[in-house]
Write a protein that binds this ligand. Structure first.
Ligand code: MCN
Ligand code: CUN
Length: 796
């Protein structure tokens, strides 16, 4: 009789185990960077530029130096003597650490003061006299390429304009041919506005250089500690083994904590110079105006259609505004991230995408906020285009999508841009969503309501996302190939510690990695502790972003567990005095095939690894696995929103939102649902209320939480989640696909499509996000499209 453990009871795969990290988070016992105090620690504050574009004529810091309690004032000039005034970005560009020649965006770092406390440092910053000569500011791609535009990056030798790259992918001629045969061509132009990840915790670091040991320890808010260690070794020319990056608890990352920021670099240099620990903690407005923005891309496209609704081809162009420095954290092969994942879920025979990146006088942007490298923009454009095309054809929104989906039997499917999608049941997800929302019924109600002057709308959005970079053949960051790792040590008593190269920021890795070990070895999850984020102890890895942790590090956890199991099998054979071939595995236990009652538990094997190993066997039960995924994982989702729009005010309310997510096998269904709800909340925020934009002088409008709104539970609509469609990932060891970003990626288009569906009769084709009531009202009242970033309209 089987004596296998009950997997759900031990917290294995599929258990909605409570998050172990929450025990400290909800008690206020988290250990964030700002909670750490080191003996003799000093505090650093940054002086930021008030202007978006200006030449620096002089910086006089003498008054700041005289303030009692000030230990150091750093300026660009001083940084330059150490070759640290500029640093490389993750996209082969350079970024000013502290400005020397010009300031290039409002909020740019100009100088730093290190003092006994942050208040002295802040006050002393005010005493630094900077003389600026203002220059005209560029705030969008159109201005960037206009004749006579000032060259923002005149620091770069061969840069004579504001263009960063021109990039193309797909089949131009084939696309032209398909368009020539189209019955109908549907067009759409839109702007995906800038957005900011706005984690609750701002960025910060504590650098601690110890001259006696030559060791530099940096506690910092980073999603990718090993990448930072490599960057510090290269930039500061310090030996890598003398650098320890520790990423303690992180209060949300959302992509904001992937880049390298000047504050980190300055705190490190300050600590080296002063030989004391130096803490830098960004304030909220500093975080909002200067760190990792996302999106800001104009997308223009057209779709060639046959009159029966078949998509023949897609053509797209993207104008991406990267701000003053091209600092995207993304695989280096792809200049505009994975924007070419657009239309991956649809059977599009041929497509062509061109993209141009330009500089502007805005904070460096283009980081992916809850998005696998610009997949958000791709899916947003895709689903807005799908809605426009169905309307142009006079076809039903659901039917048009269904007939163009990649069918279940067509996987693996090669997309027109060259990706290989792995698996999915797209039509089934759509059916589940339509049924849940009561599609036919709603359409009837909508008709009826329209007769009474009420505007109801329904928006559908689907998304598939390439998650889990890399494979190392195609994906690298600054030449470092993308893969990940896990180390597992099983102690004498069968308890274990697992460490990975990723770094969670609230996703629940401490809970779910233990569940994978539990699934593979039958060790109860509560007996497995998870540790991440310390480069001195964790195996090398590329970090947590682009929902790559489960696809890559999660896979490595499964693979290292299997290595442990293989050794445990040898130990079991030894203990059972049987040959290895006669030993069978069931969860938590090895037994003899012919005598199932004779068995040993995994814990007994662990004990034997230290106390009773067979002759010639290396003692101990620990191992490391590096996992280079064969492909990305491709989750799929359908989001359907119904709304009512008030034509008098432009206010719109969400009536219902249904989400059907297929992320393969769910390790922890409760955590997956939490990820989806969080993503939908952010999607709703982007669609409805968040705007951060720039006026003609480059002043950041919306650089505070009065204008850039974060939805609370009060504003956020309810969501109905469906997890019944499960398509296991065919190439992942436990069949899991990523989920962390899906809802933020696919959600926004559902809201926008719903509002536009409600006002369909007005002929309005597009309202750019955010769909603030005044913009919706203006569209309805004047029957015109609303484009561009509010409050500055593109046409004025
Ligand atoms: N999971 C699961 N079953 C699956 C897939 C995932 O149980 N089939 C679990 C994982 O084990 C993990 C969580 O869900 O605990 C998210 O896993 P995954 O999809 O692999 O994403 P990552 O862990 O790599 O997280 C990154 C992703 C990104 S890129 C952003 S941005 C984002 C997001 O996660 N930032 C977040 N979710 C966030 N959630 C919180 N609370 N805070 C952030 O900063
Ligand atoms: Cu893309 S934001 Mo997340 O990848 O850290």
């Amino acid at each position: 009789m089987s004596q296998a453990l009950d997997e759900i009871k031990i917290g294995g795969l599929g258990a909605s185990r409570k998050r172990v990290e929450d025990s400290r988070f909800i008690r206020g016992k988290g250990n964030y960077t700002d909670d750490i105090t080191l003996p003799g620690m000093l505090h650093m504050e940054i002086l930021r530029s008030p202007l978006a574009h200006a030449r620096i004529k002089s910086i006089d810091a003498s008054r700041a130096w005289q303030v009692p309690g000030v230990h150091l004032v750093l300026t660009g000039e001083m940084m330059a003597t150490r070759n640290l005034a500029w640093m490389p970005t993750l996209s082969y560009d350079t970024q000013a650490v502290l400005a020397t020649d010009k300031v290039r965006f409002q909020g740019q770092e100009v100088a730093c003061v290190v003092a006994d406390d942050p208040y002295i440092a802040k006050d002393a910053c005010e005493l630094i006299d900077v003389e600026y000569e203002p220059l005209p500011a560029i705030v969008n791609p159109e201005q960037a390429v206009a004749d006579g535009a000032p060259v923002i990056r005149d620091d770069k030798e061969n840069q004579h304009d504001n263009v960063i790259y021109d990039w193309a992918v797909g089949d131009a001629e084939g696309t032209d041919r398909a368009f020539a045969q189209a019955d109908k061509i549907s067009k759409l132009r839109l702007h995906y506005p800038r957005s900011h990840p706005s984690p609750i915790e701002c960025c910060g670091s504590i650098a601690d250089y110890n001259r006696s040991t030559s060791k530099l320890t940096v506690y910092m808010t980073t999603q990718a500690p090993h990448i930072i260690r490599a960057a510090v070794a290269l930039v500061a020319e310090l030996p890598e083994h003398m650098i320890r990056i520790i990423s303690p608890d992180i209060g949300g990352g959302f992509g904001n904590k992937v880049p390298v920021y000047p504050g980190y670099v300055c705190s490190i240099l300050a600590s080296i110079l002063l030989e004391r620990p130096v803490k830098w903690i960004e304030d909220k407005s500093g975080n909002l105006i200067s760190t990792g923005f996302a999106r800001d891309v104009y997308l223009d496209g057209e779709m060639a259609l046959r009159s029966d609704g078949k998509i023949l081809a897609v053509r797209m162009h993207a104008d991406a505004d990267h701000g003053a420095f091209f600092s995207d954290a993304q695989p280096s092969k792809f200049k505009i991230g994975l924007l070419h994942s657009a239309f991956a879920a649809y059977d599009v025979p041929v497509a062509y995408l061109t993209a141009r990146g330009t500089y502007s006088n805005k904070a460096p942007g283009g980081v992916a906020y809850r998005c696998s490298f610009r997949v958000t923009e791709a899916m947003f454009f895709q689903e807005r285009m799908m809605q426009a095309a169905a309307d142009d054809l006079g076809m039903d929104q659901a039917e048009f999508r269904r007939m163009n989906f990649v069918p279940d039997e067509a996987f693996p499917h090669r997309t027109p841009f060259g990706f290989l999608t792995d698996s999915g049941q797209y039509a089934r997800c759509l059916d589940v969503g339509l049924k849940a929302v009561g599609y036919q019924d709603f359409r009837r109600q909508q008709e009826e309501a329209r007769g009474r002057g009420r505007l109801l709308g329904l928006g559908i959005s689907t998304m598939t996302e390439p998650l889990g970079a890399g494979n190392s053949r195609e994906y690298d960051i600054l030449g470092i190939k993308m893969f990940d790792s896990a180390e597992l040590k099983v102690h004498i008593t069968g308890k274990a510690i697992v460490r990975t190269g990723t770094r969670g920021q609230g996703q629940g890795h401490e809970t779910t990695w233990a569940q994978i070990v539990s699934h593979e070895l039958g060790i109860p999850a509560e007996d497995v502790v998870v540790e991440e984020g310390d480069t001195d102890t964790a195996p090398f890895g590329m970090g947590t972003y682009a929902s790559r942790s489960t696809p890559v590090a999660g896979a490595a956890v499964a693979m290292v567990s299997r290595k442990i199991r293989a050794k445990a099998r040898k130990l079991a054979a030894h203990l059972l005095e049987a040959s290895e071939e006669d030993v069978e595995w069931e969860l938590g236990r090895f037994y003899i095939r012919s005598a199932p009652d004779r068995g040993v538990t995994i814990q007994e094997c662990a004990m034997a690894a230290y106390s009773n190993m067979p002759d010639g066997m290396e003692p101990g039960l620990e191992n490391t696995a590096y996992y280079d995924p064969p492909n990305l994982t491709w989750p799929f989702a359908v989001y359907i929103v119904t709304v009512e729009v008030d034509p008098q005010t432009g206010v719109w309310d969400v009536l219902n939102m249904v989400a059907v997510d297929d992320c393969g096998i769910r390790i922890n269904p409760m955590i997956v649902e939490g990820q989806i709800m969080g993503g939908l909340t952010e999607a709703y925020a982007m669609a409805s209320m968040q705007f951060i934009t720039f006026d003609a002088e480059g002043n950041c409008v919306g650089s505070n939480y009065m204008d850039y709104l974060l939805p609370t539970a009060w504003e956020t609509p309810g969501f109905e989640l469906h997890g019944e469609v499960v398509t296991p990932c065919p190439h992942h060891p436990i069949g899991a696909k990523g989920i962390g970003e899906c809802a933020a990626v696919g959600g926004p288009a559902a809201f926008v499509n719903a509002v536009l569906d409600a006002i369909k009769g007005t002929g309005v084709r597009n309202i750019d996000m955010p769909l603030l009531p005044d913009r919706v009202w203006e569209a309805i009242t004047y029957r015109r499209d609303i484009s561009g970033a509010p409050p500055v309209h593109a046409d004025d």
